[in-house]
Structures are given as C-alpha cells and as structure tokens.
Design a protein around this ligand. Structure first.
Ligand code: 13P
Ligand code: SF4
Length: 307
C-alpha cells in the first residue's frame, strides 16, 4: 500500500514535469491529493491560480464547476478533471432556463452567480462571486437591487452585510445544510471556551452561532491569528488536513460526522495520476458560452477579497 502510494507520487512528479502541468486542489480534497498538489486553496484562489499559471496543463482536483471555470479563464491550457463524476449538487440546482425566467421577472436587476454554477448559468449572469468576496462583489454593483444564485444561505449571509435589496434562488449545499444548531451546542458543551468558525454555505441559524464566518482559506488565516486553543470548524472535513498541519498546538473539532462532501472525496491520488498519464477527462466549454461566462468571472476577479 505504502509502496503503491510512493510509486504514484513518483510518477506524478515525473508526469507533471514532462507535461508542464500543475496540480491544483481544493481545500476539501482527500489528504493524499492535497499533499501532492502544487497549490491548494479556496475557489477564489484556485480561479486566480488557473488564470495566472504558465503551465500548459492544469489538473484540477476539485468538482466539475471548478475545472470548468479554469477552462473558461485559460484557453491556452488543457484542463483535466481527474474524475468526471465529481459534480456539485448545488451547481445543478439552477438551470439556464430557470435563470432566464427569474431574469425576465426582474428586468435590469444584476445577477450575481456564486461560482458553484454551470458555465451556461454563468454566461447569463453579470458577475460571479465566491464565498471569499461575495460581499465586495455585491457592493461593487451600481444597482440598489441584486439577484443572487444559487445558494440561499450565502445570499442570506451577504444580504445582512451588503447595502442592497436582495432576492435569491433557493439552492443549497447538501453537505453544509447537514450541520445543525444542535451539533454546535453539543460541540460547545463538550469543548468549553472553544470558538466556532463557519462557512457561509451553512444554514442562517448555524451562521448566527459563529464567532467568525469565512471561506475555507479564510479559516486558515483565522486559525493562525486566533488566540483560541480549540476551534470548532463548520465546513467540510477536508479542511482539517491543513488546519492541523499549520497549527500543531491547536485542536480542531468537526462538530458533525455528516460534514463530508462525497463529490469532493471521489478523487484519489491514483485518479490524478491516471488522468494525467492518459491526458483524459479534458474539460472544454463551447466558445459562445465560454466568452459570456468569462465576462462574469473576469468581473469577479477585479473585486477585492472580503477576508
Ligand atoms: P470555498 O473554498 O471557496 O470557500 O468553497 C466552498 C465550497 O463548497 C466549494 O465547493
Ligand atoms: Fe458542492 Fe457543497 Fe460539495 Fe462544495 S461542499 S462541492 S458546494 S456539494
């Protein structure tokens, strides 16, 4: 088993060099994939990395919409998604037809699309956002009214801070929605004095209990700077790999065993190696959709990070 892993790591290193490739991995990926990656990060950092990299090939260890965004931003690169079945249920909760209907009901109201959307939906949106810049993106718009898709929880969180009249689509992340206020009460009782950091994809009642709300990479920053010794973490369990590595003197508590995204966990190190070896699972986007979606992504990349 150990020999197999060592062999895979060796082959990956050789392949990355031979193909002038870069492995980028989301913070929720398996430990073995994060460990092998050139860059790990949140959705915003990974979009920026994809747009700026000089590599010829990007192996995107994440879910489909992330690889698709990389393919939209960088036509001069081949973008590979090691497992084509790594989707995002939230991204599939709104179709282009449904968005068209919502737009017709609100003429002139700009649409902010969370990056967790398909390229075809981004193409119909004015600007994208991630959990790391959603408030800045919404506040950057000229209009007093904003329609946000697809995550009702992120939208609800943004609506509290942004100075806009907001409406939103009723989508959600099944993984984050599984975290309950009960889970937090229990974790706080068991770990007196612990602070609670939470992703804005969690339900509003859970977000209300948080000491800090941020993107996954925001959590690394918070953990490093917080004086707290014990931190309850309200997001997918993949985050624990780097949190524990970077803060060996602190304790991180996952308040629910349900905080696991099956889509983020399908990709193994072997899948990464095989996809790069065979140059398979290349993600492409039809040019008309790509150009329109790129406008929304480029607009987002100009906005500052909230945290
Ligand atoms: P971030 O890493 O951008 O916070 O994204 C969370 C997420 O659920 C991605 O699917
Ligand atoms: Fe989608 Fe949620 Fe999984 Fe992220 S954690 S990929 S939003 S289902």
């Amino acid at each position: 088993m150990l020999d197999k892993k060592a062999g895979l790591k060796r082959e990956l290193k050789t392949l990355l060099k031979e193909r002038n490739a870069m492995l980028i991995a989301h913070n929720y990926q398996r430990d073995e994939v994060q460990e092998a990656a050139d860059i790990t990060g949140d959705s915003l950092a990974l979009s920026q990395a994809a747009a700026q990299s000089d590599a010829k090939v990007i192996v995107f260890a994440g879910v489909h919409f992330m690889a698709e965004s990389a393919a939209i931003l960088s036509t001069d690169k081949t973008v590979i998604l090691p497992r084509l079945d790594a989707g995002c249920p939230m991204a599939d909760m709104i179709t282009p037809e449904e968005l068209e209907r919502e737009k017709s009901a609100r003429p002139g109201v700009p649409v902010v699309a969370y990056v967790n959307t398909t390229a075809a939906v981004k193409a119909l949106s004015d600007i994208c956002c991630t959990s790391a810049n959603a408030v800045s993106v919404v506040n950057s718009l000229d209009s007093d009214e904003v329609y946000m898709i697809p995550d009702r929880n992120l939208s609800h969180y943004v609506a509290r801070t942004a100075k806009k009249k907001m409406e939103w689509w009723n989508g959600f992340c099944p993984t984050h929605e599984r975290l309950t206020t009960e889970d937090i009460i229990n974790a706080k009782e068991e770990h007196r004095g612990a602070v609670f950091v939470c992703h804005p994809e969690c339900a509003p009642a859970v977000v209300d209990m948080a000491d800090h709300v941020c993107s996954t990479s925001g959590m690394y920053k918070y953990a490093l700077s917080s004086p707290a010794r014990t931190i309850i973490v309200g997001t997918e369990m993949g985050i624990l790999y780097r949190l524990r590595k970077e803060n060996p003197d602190k304790t991180f508590i996952l308040p629910s065993k349900a905080l696991i995204c099956p889509n983020m966990k399908v990709t193994t190190l072997e899948d990464v190696v095989v996809s790069l070896r065979e140059m398979k699972n290349v993600i492409t986007v039809p040019e008309e959709i790509r150009l329109a979606a790129k406008k929304a992504l480029d607009a987002m990349l100009k906005a500052p990070r909230d945290y």
